[in-house]
Ligand binder design. Structure first.
Ligand code: C2E
Ligand code: MG
Ligand code: MG
Length: 768
């Protein structure tokens, strides 16, 4: 056990003469020694030599007694504690020099060494340099000091200043940490904050700041400045880039470092001087943060409270900080870009389906809290496809962009316009008051905006749209249902000819489910050959002969029985199933007609109904050609029935398609004529050989004077345009008589025959 009662070592002040330089002392002492002085003098000289020696050492050397009082210290120890003369420390303890906590820490360790005799080797300690106020890291070893009897009489300590190495270690560790944060996708603000703190930890009296260049490239917004006064940060948030815009705005403008060592006198700070002064900021060095392609991403600045210029160390640190900041910012920009692409439609820049769901769910949650409604408006352009097909995709794209932009202009910034794909859009109207008035006003605005003429490549287009509205919570409790119901309402508008909007009703909901079931069943039906054709004869009124038959599709559903085309054709049209179904009908009708002819029957035309989607399908011409080739039917015996609304959607495109088919020899009839709004003269330019007066006119011929007038007018005008006119749905003698008197060319209807199976037609034709 070391004795704690052993006598204290007396403090022996040793040293040269005041003012002596250490080397001079050594030389002098050596000279004296060599001169062979007395033993006393020798001893004095030896002490002086020792003194000089320990003062030469840059490390901190000290000896303490059992109570941890300084007995011997070298000048380095004196200086770090703010004393010029080492003697001034003799007899003091750490409690006289350091804050209590730190002093206690030292004391406990030293007492343990004294008690146990175990040394402490290379322990790291932090002290504040009393002269410079800077923190210093010391690596300290302390060992027990023993007398001749091996009793512990105190301790000897030696500390080495490892601040430079320590800072470098810290810098390296922090750098690694920041890079790790970047790799781990930490929020940019946190990464930038860390970078600033890293630099601040390396430099005394410096406050770091990172500003980010905004999208416009004209303003700098706050990035990170953990230790600058928050008021100052707020004031410079959004500062403009320019030739005289403080250090940072100017650094971006010049794309190079701007060192302002004294804000008070520098013209670049004229507009911000007062602001800086208010916060005691005196110098500011700013460096642009550049992407690896050289684009400016922001600035890294170091402020200090005094007039100051950067040295090499500061410049190196700045380089490092801006490099890491650039990596972090670029990474964030790339991430933002990826997430933008994932959530937006590239063509229009509008949010896409994935973002719609999020926004809708958010809006619904808010609604539950604050009460007003959220409405989903499903929008489909009425005649986009034909423009796209006829004018090419780039024109189509241009048109979509214009329409998208117009829609955005019609709604408030809180609302959202989303592109689902193709020509389908959704508008999310949030915070809607109860009732449909406000929505109607908005939708009218959208409708008007969309229908304004659109000029692309010198051509003018008129686009209309169909819109369906479903409102949360009445029309659906979740995003999925709302969208489906808005879609259902939109289809009602489509069915009614488009160009308008419709609010969802529960009635539609029923049909939505039915529709889905029917749609699946149809798909199966097509695969299982549940569809078949009936044929209805068309009679020439003069000769009384059958000159054509209309092919009318039927669906024999395994449980529903025979389903009428009125129920499934519109659905097939909506879902696109009409394309494969229509193609099957076309082939079957041609095959059947050729079979009759091959069977030796009088040749007649077969009339095939073509619906809008089928007509717009890019494969139509190819499909018709192949149906004719496959069957071997001559094209003159094929007539395609188009409705006027179908043709009128895009007359030019219709003419182009019809002409191409006409060149094959195929004929055209306008079906359900009179139900659309097209004038006869509009049909003049179409290669149409037959007009089919809609049954709604024929039905009331006996009773309705107007219908008689219209029918007679259509007959005479049609004929003047060199078309044959056929009346559909002729059931009675009265109708027939009137039609004969009006010189109608042909009739079709139950009066002569219902639609019948192919075999029955064969019978009718053979008896002819
Ligand atoms: P549509 O082309 O105008 O066909 C005429 C419709 O009137 C047929 O109904 C026919 O059965 C019916 N009809 C004929 N004569 C009379 C009559 O004297 N009185 C009455 N009340 N009706 C008569 P259907 O077969 O139910 O077809 C309805 C509609 O479905 C067709 O109207 C057509 O637009 C569509 N459709 C039928 N078959 C096809 C097809 O193969 N492809 C396409 N795309 N649509 C078809
Ligand atoms: Mg028809
Ligand atoms: Mg018809």
């Amino acid at each position: 056990m070391p004795s704690t009662t052993s006598p204290h070592v007396r403090a022996i002040p040793i040293g040269g003469r005041p003012g002596d330089q250490p080397l001079a002392i050594v030389e002098r002492l050596q000279a004296e020694l060599q001169a062979g002085l007395t033993a006393e003098a020798e001893w004095g000289a030896e002490r002086a030599l020792l003194r000089a020696m320990i003062d030469q050492v840059p490390d901190y050397l000290f000896v303490k007694d059992l109570e941890c009082r300084f007995l011997i210290v070298n000048t380095a120890v004196a200086h770090i504690h703010g004393f010029r003369d080492p003697d001034m420390l003799i007899g003091k303890t750490d409690f006289d020099l350091h804050p209590f906590d730190r002093a206690s820490g030292f004391f406990e360790i030293e007492q343990a060494i004294i008690e146990t005799g175990c040394p402490m080797i290379d322990m790291e300690e932090v002290v504040v340099d009393a002269e410079t106020g800077k923190r210093r890291w010391l690596s300290t070893s302390k060992v027990a000091m023993r007398n001749d009897q091996h009793q512990i009489i105190g301790l000897v300590g030696i500390s080495r200043d490892v601040s430079v190495r320590k800072r470098a270690d810290l810098l390296r560790d922090e750098q690694a940490l920041v890079l790790e944060m970047i790799a781990m996708n930490s929020p940019l603000e946190e990464v930038l904050d860390r970078i600033v703190r890293l630099i601040e930890a390396q430099l005394e009296g410096v406050l770091g700041s990172i500003l980010l260049l905004d999208e416009s490239g004209n303003h700098l917004k706050h990035g990170a400045a953990p230790n600058l006064p928050p008021d100052y940060c707020r004031a410079i948030d959004g500062v403009a880039v320019g030739p005289k815009a403080g250090s940072c705005g100017t650094a971006v403008h010049r794309r190079t470092n701007v060192v302002v060592s004294d804000i008070m006198g520098d013209p670049l700070w004229a507009d911000y001087r007062e602001l800086a002064a208010q916060h005691g900021l005196r110098s500011c060095w700013s460096t642009p943060i550049l992407s690896h392609q050289g684009a400016v991403l922001g600035t890294f600045a170091m402020y200090s409270h005094g007039v100051r210029e950067p040295g090499n160390f500061e410049t190196d640190l700045t380089d490092m900080a801006t490099r890491i900041a650039a990596i972090a910012i670029e990474r964030k920009l790339a991430e933002d870009q990826i997430s933008f692409l994932a959530h937006h439609d590239i063509l229009t820049g509008l949010p896409n389906r994935s973002l719609l769901k999020d926004r809708l769910v958010q809006a619904m949650l808010q609604t539950e809290r604050h009460n007003p409604c959220v409405s989903v408006v499903f929008i489909d352009l009425d005649n986009f496809k034909s423009i796209n097909d006829s004018q090419g995709h780039s024109a189509g794209d241009e048109l979509l962009k214009i329409v998208a932009h117009r829609m955005v202009e019609c709604v408030r910034p809180v609302d959202a316009v989303v592109r689902l794909g193709g020509d389908e859009f959704v508008i999310l109207l949030v915070d809607q008051p109860e009732g449909s008035d406000a929505i109607s006003v908005t939708l009218d605005r959208v409708r008007t905006a969309i229908s304004e003429p659109i000029t692309i490549g010198g051509r003018v287009f008129h686009v209309t749209c169909s819109m369906g509205v479903a409102t949360f919570p009445h029309d659906g409790a979740d995003a999925e249902t709302l969208l489906m119901n808005a879609d259902a309402a939109m289809y009602k508008v489509k069915e009614a000819g488009g160009d308008g909007f419709q609010f969802f009703t529960v009635q539609m909901n029923i049909t939505v489910h039915e529709r889905l079931a029917l749609q699946d069943a149809m798909r199966d039906g097509l695969a299982r050959s549940e569809f078949y054709l009936l044929y209805q004869p068309q009679i020439d009124l003069k000769s009384g002969e059958i000159f054509a038959v209309e092919a009318l599709v039927r669906w024999r559903h395994p449980t529903l029985g025979v389903v009428s085309p009125d129920r499934f054709i519109p659905l097939a049209e909506e879902t696109g199933l009409i394309v494969p179904l229509g193609d099957w009908i076309l082939n079957e009708a041609c095959r059947q007609n050729k079979a009759w002819q091959d069977g030796g029957l009088l040749p007649v035309s077969v009339c095939v109904n073509v619906s809008a989607r089928q007509f717009q399908d890019k494969n139509l011409i190819k499909n018709v050609t192949s149906a004719l080739t496959e069957s071997g039917l001559s094209a003159e015996y094929l007539e395609l029935e188009l409705t006027e609304s179908l043709v009128m959607r895009d007359v030019e495109q219709a003419i182009a398609t019809m002409k191409e088919l006409q060149s094959l020899g195929v004929h055209f009839a306008i079906d359900d004529f009179g139900t659309g709004y097209s004038s006869l003269s509009a049909l003049k330019s179409l290669p149409v050989s037959r007009l089919k007066i809609d049954q709604s006119f024929v039905r009331n011929l006996a009773q309705d004077e107007d219908d008689r007038t219209i029918t007679a007018a259509v007959i005479s005008l049609g004929q003047r345009l060199k078309m044959k006119v056929i009346a559909e749905g002729v059931e009675t003698d009265e109708q027939l008589t009137f039609l004969r008197e009006s010189h109608c060319d042909e009739i079709q209807g139950y009066h002569f025959s219902r639609p019948v199976e192919a075999a029955a037609i064969a019978a009718l034709l053979s008896t002819d």
